[in-house]
Design a protein around this ligand. Structure first.
Ligand code: GLC
Length: 798
């Protein structure tokens, strides 16, 4: 037990006795005798916000993280005053505020404590910069586990670890290195099957200690700003993640091609090489939708220019690539070369758009083009200007998408690797230094990029990629995990990082497949592709100076494996697109770690390797050389081995065969998985038939398939197709019902139903209450049924 004297001794200040209380609709204000105000806002029955002011004054309430579309609304709300505490009661939670110490205890209606302050709020005054170091400490509950926190290259369960958030350029980072490129101060706690989440919306450098320093204490603090955190209650982890994602927002649907396979390198040039690359994909029949141009397409690394020696006619080149089904994605960095003859530099100087230092000079930093100034993207006027810079690229030249890099911002040759802390920012009218703006700098850059791209590719959908991010960046952009390394350990890391990002609201994410630094051998590349096709963003990228990393850069065996898996991704596009739709609409993470999938099973709390892709596909990459298979945990329930349809019972660790061309994949029984035919790029073929892979289950299970025009915005006007399939399996019958929603007419109205694990021989088939002769619907044996209409019910009897 920490005493108040100890606290004072450590230089900490803490609230004392509450002397007044008032309620303003959904806001409760408690004021302590020494001038701390605690404001609790009830956002929803199970979502609360806690803010603390010192010296009786709150900061202006402003956040880049919170989405305008966040839902609000709660049912009954009551408050009562007892002798030693106040009690706020929602339909889901009870919040107790201790009168003497202002400490909080949150419990459910059964009296289970979900989360409880240890010291609770305390702070240290910061003489040098003013303001406070704001701190919060919580009691670590018995057997509590912690997840989330965005991009942390460490074990998925954070118990016992300390991490901090400060966007950093980390070339060739290592396991446990921290911080990396992103700052997402959101975690999920889980104990006694109760999950809750805490989002500390503070953009200063922040720190989280998960029972690392003291075994029974979890704490978080920041170098400045306010103690301002949101609390989400589950008890299901899925509810927590969705509530956080609802608050910080989801992306709109990207064009479907953005979910295809992408090929990148630093750098493909000149034009002839890019053309040869494209031709090779088509020649070898390896599907691919996008090719990337890294910094070398620019003239001396000046953003928004072209090196005309390498790319004499970018417009023609991109049009020709497009003819062949390739989209071109180009890189744009934040640093603008100091060059009086360069138009972007001139415009920014004229308009005073560059960041300045504390005493007035422009902030200067070295990046690829040499000395640069950096636009202040936290100024709305600068964002508008930046958005307009894309006009020529997008609407005249035909660039399809943009990749924002180095936006932490990265600065070379200085120990801090970033802008000096006294750099000034507008912060949307709340002027501040880089201490406060650093973690959202990249986010505001990519936000401006997104606005520009969206405007100039309209009526098509924008696709943008960023390296740096703060909570909420998912509204604007996809992302990748930065400069990883071609090692087996990094394959493990990529798997953990992408899952963790999905749990932290940012699902549209992938790694540089094969590794950015150094060179993978064929085996590592093959194993990485097997994982990468199950990542929401699927791109091979490499630094290019260690050799090539194209699908054909290794043995032909490897090329065949790579093709096989990219083809599988293209077959699964309707499934993947549906995953994205669920993410976009409901905030559901596209990949689900096992703990998310089955939190009641405590065995899942320490698993890192296995994850659920969407709702029904269990994936577990092989992460070491020379493997013939691996041990893996199969979650509870019955699963079909994707490769041989063998049914396994989960709930234990088991050995799974996985020769070099196999990644362990299992399908949940009862699932109906939609598949397209293999296409070389999205939209190459008019889909004439939807394949439904039906995995028989005794009992019921639902699956959905969302489709629309794959680009554009008509889906917002009801032009989508949502098919919900419900299967009901019995000893000698199987019923598949289809419910349809939306006005979109899919290009097909027939289905090939591939039956897996049907326990009986088919005697009769009824489609929409009419029996059909078996020779009409059963082209080959017992397990395929062709139905040439948009059915509402199929009954298969044995
Ligand atoms: C950074 C990026 C990397 C890119 C390189 C050159 O290191 O993370 O992806 O290739 O810069 O632009």
């Amino acid at each position: 037990m920490i005493t108040n004297t100890e606290l004072e001794y450590k230089g900490n200040l803490y609230p004392n006795q509450i002397i007044s209380f008032n309620q303003d609709v959904d806001k409760f204000n408690f004021t302590s005798e020494n001038g701390v105000i605690l404001q609790i806002t009830v956002l929803r029955n199970s979502a609360l916000r806690f803010r603390y002011a010192t010296e009786n004054v709150f900061e202006p309430d402003f956040s880049y993280a919170i989405s305008e579309d966040a839902s609000r609304g709660y049912g009954d709300l009551e408050v009562s005053e007892e002798e030693s505490y106040y009690l706020i009661t929602t339909t889901k939670l009870k919040v107790l505020v201790d009168k003497l110490t202002m400490r909080i205890q949150i419990s459910d209606h059964e009296g289970n404590i979900i989360n409880e302050d240890e010291i609770g709020f305390h702070w240290e005054e910061n003489y040098e910069y003013g303001g406070n170091t704001v701190k919060m400490s919580k009691i670590t509950q018995n057997a509590e586990s912690y997840f989330g926190m965005g991009d942390k290259a460490t074990h998925s369960n954070l118990k016992g670890k300390r991490v901090n958030n400060w966007c950093m350029d980390q070339y060739a980072y290592g396991k446990d290195q921290d911080p990396l490129y992103k700052a997402i101060p959101f975690y999920i706690g889980l104990h006694k099957n109760q999950a809750y989440g805490i989002f500390f919306d503070n953009t200063f450098r922040s720190y989280f200690d998960f029972a690392h320093e003291r075994r029974n204490v979890t704490s978080f603090w920041a170098d400045g700003g306010e103690m301002n955190y949101y609390f989400f209650y589950g008890p299901e982890m899925s509810k927590v993640v969705k509530a956080y994602t609802n608050l910080t927002g989801t992306p709109e649907l990207p064009p479907m091609w953005a979910m295809g396979y992408h090929q990148s390198k630093w750098s493909y040039f000149p034009e002839s090489n890019v053309k040869a690359l494209a031709a090779k994909f088509r020649e070898l029949r390896i599907p691919c939708d996008a090719l990337y141009l890294d910094i070398d397409y620019m003239d001396g690394f000046r953003c928004f220019t072209w090196d005309k020696k390498k790319f004499p006619d970018p417009k023609r080149m991109m049009a020709e690539l497009n003819e062949d089904g390739f989209k071109t994605v180009v890189m744009i960095d934040p640093g603008i070369k100091i060059d009086k003859d360069y138009w972007v530099y001139q415009e920014a100087m004229e308009e005073d758009y560059f960041c300045k230092r504390g005493d007035g000079p422009y902030m200067k930093g070295k990046v690829w083009p040499g000395e640069c100034h950096f636009p202040d993207f936290t100024n709305p006027e600068v964002r508008e200007w930046w958005a307009e810079l894309y006009k020529e690229f997008m609407s005249e030249l035909g660039v399809h998408a943009v990749w924002n890099d180095m936006n932490e911002p990265a600065v070379m040759e200085v120990p801090t690797k970033t802008a000096p802390l006294d750099t000034r920012h507008n912060y949307d009218g709340h002027p501040c230094t880089h201490r406060k703006a650093h973690n959202i700098y990249g986010m505001q850059m990519v936000r401006a990029t997104y606005e520009g791209i969206k405007k100039y590719v309209y009526p098509k959908r924008p696709f943008v990629i960023t390296r740096a991010a703060y909570a909420g960046t998912q509204r604007y952009s996809s992302t990748w995990t930065g400069d990883n390394v071609a090692t087996w350990e990094h394959l493990w890391l990529a798997n953990v990082q992408v899952q963790r990002m999905c749990m932290s609201g940012m699902s549209f994410v992938g790694s540089d497949i094969g590794g950015f630094a150094e060179q993978p051998n064929g085996e590592l590349f093959a194993r990485w592709i097997q994982l990468g096709v199950f990542h929401p963003f699927c791109r091979v990228h490499s630094s290019g100076d260690h050799g090539d990393q194209e699908p054909w850069s290794f043995d032909t065996d490897v090329t065949d494996i790579v093709r096989k898996y990219i083809e599988l991704r293209y077959q699964l596009l309707p499934y993947l697109y549906t995953m994205f739709w669920k993410y976009s609409k409901f905030g559901e993470p596209m990949l689900k770690p096992l703990v998310y999938f089955d939190q009641e099973d405590t065995q899942t709390h320490f698993r890192t390797d296995e994850f659920i892709f969407g709702d029904h596909i269990l994936v577990c990459p092989v992460q070491e050389p020379n493997a013939q298979g691996r041990r893996m945990y199969i979650p509870r329930g019955k699963w079909y081995n994707y490769w041989d349809d063998n049914i396994v019972k989960g709930g234990k660790e088991q050995w799974v065969e996985a020769d070099i061309d196999v990644i362990p994949l299992f399908i949940k029984e009862g699932a109906i998985i939609p598949k397209f035919p293999v296409q070389q790029y999205v939209g190459e073929l008019v889909i004439e038939k939807l394949d439904l892979e039906v995995y028989f289950k005794l009992g019921t299970e639902s699956s959905t398939v969302y489709e629309d025009a794959q680009d554009g915005y008509d889906y917002n006007k009801g032009d989508f197709s949502l098919r919900s399939f419900k299967m009901n399996g019995k000893e000698n019958s199987l019923v598949i019902q289809q419910f349809k929603d939306g006005a979109f007419m899919t290009s097909y109205d027939s289905f090939r139903i591939n039956l897996h694990g049907l326990p009986f021989a088919i005697e009769s088939v009824e489609v929409d209450n009419e029996e059909v002769p078996l020779n009409e619907v059963k082209p080959n044996g017992n397990d395929v049924i062709e139905i040439c209409k948009d059915f509402t019910q199929v009954i298969i009897k044995g």
